[in-house]
Design a protein around this ligand. Structure first.
Ligand code: UDP
Length: 348
């Protein structure tokens, strides 16, 4: 099939592109390289079934052009990461709302099946153990920049729902819960790559708040096959689907596991949210998914443990290459080019 992946050079996007190219599809990847890196696609660089285009989802014409003739569209491009949302709030809101509208409208026009990546942040401060897709959002103030990300993604979900109901679009929404693994950057706030980098450098791990806040981390290689499967699952049309692990860990517990796995003697240091993020930041104390729907629809059952995740992130950062099981079928690698690489198009 002809497939468009937005955010193709990003963390999840690059793993998805490998999966789709390996499955025999012709993939066009769009990325503005704001946080994505061409290096993330090194394993498929120059593959004859991959074209990488530098440009923004804010460029409506470009999105329309690339979507034309596509059978599938995976919309992963977004401004993500707590530091980005804090420092570039306006740009993030625009990208996450207007950019998504361009993709959704173009996919509808092209008659393509669409997967839209939303977020578990949708649930806000709802700390129920085992959040299901119908659970209420517990929204923080929209004036606190952290929540602007969830607000934008909530608008995206409503937009998709309306396109499905009023315009006949085939679309599925996914809500990933703390997807982590090789290639994720710690530069934008994500805790696992930050802790691993700090530990490998022998620095103290920076635990924000009490460290008692709970998350469930899911390996990107457990998440990516589910993205492809959901897009082929007729019963997933119009649904929002949680994707995550049920293995709970506190952030202090995560820090201890990273210290043990790296053998670092750097210890941990605690830091207030104010010092870490500036004024107006709120955290959620627990975020745990119920993934029964994904299991019912596509047999979703993550197999990798937190220990596996930490080991893979350590290997990635220590430059030991790609762990086995990337799902990429070996393919020829002629001197393919990155189409449109260079200054991203359409960035205001
Ligand atoms: N966190 C931390 N130290 C860091 C980065 C993050 O203690 O260096 C905390 C953060 O405050 C949050 C949790 O780790 O409570 C997960 O943060 P992340 O940004 O990875 O994901 P979130 O679940 O907040 O979207």
């Amino acid at each position: 099939m002809k497939v468009l992946v937005t955010g193709a050079a990003g963390f999840i996007g690059s793993h998805l592109v490998e999966n789709l190219v390996g499955a025999g599809h012709h993939v066009t990847g769009l990325d503005d390289f704001s946080t994505g890196r061409p290096d993330n696609l090194a394993a498929v660089a120059g593959h004859p079934r991959l074209t990488l285009v530098g440009g923004s989802i804010l460029d409506r014409e470009l999105v329309r052009e690339l979507t034309g003739g596509c059978h599938r569209v995976y919309h992963l491009a977004a401004a993500v990461g707590s530091f980005i949302i804090r420092d570039r709030t306006l740009e993030a809101i625009r990208t996450n709302i207007h950019g998504t509208e361009h993709v959704v409208d173009s996919a509808a026009g092209a008659g393509a099946r669409l997967l839209v990546a939303s977020t578990s942040e949708i649930y806000g401060k709802n700390d129920k153990v085992g959040l299901t897709e119908d659970d209420d959002r517990v929204a923080g103030s929209p004036l606190k920049s952290r929540w602007s990300y969830a607000e934008a993604k909530a608008i995206d979900e409503s937009l998709v729902e309306a396109y499905v109901r009023e315009r006949g679009l085939w679309a599925v929404i996914v809500r990933p819960f703390n997807t982590v693994g090789p290639r994720q950057s710690g530069r934008y706030g994500m805790v696992v790559p930050r802790f691993v980098r700090q530990a490998l450098a022998g620095e103290p791990l920076t635990v924000f708040g009490t460290g008692e806040q709970i998350r469930c981390f899911c390996h990107v290689r457990d998440v990516v096959p589910a993205l492809a499967a959901l897009t082929e699952c007729d019963a997933a049309r119009g649904r929002a689907v949680n994707l995550g692990s049920s293995q709970q860990v506190s952030i202090a517990g995560l820090a201890r596991e990273v210290l043990a796995a790296t053998g670092s003697g750097g210890g941990m240091v605690s830091s207030s949210y104010l010092a870490a993020y500036g004024p107006g930041y709120e955290d959620m104390m627990r975020r745990v998914p119920d993934c029964s729907l994904a299991r019912e629809l596509v047999g979703f059952a993550p197999t990798r443990t937190l220990a596996d995740i930490i080991a893979d992130v350590i290997a990635d950062q220590a430059g030991q290459g790609t762990p086995a099981g990337s799902g990429l079928a070996a393919g020829p690698r002629p001197a393919g080019q990155v189409a449109g690489a260079g200054p991203p198009r359409g960035i205001p």
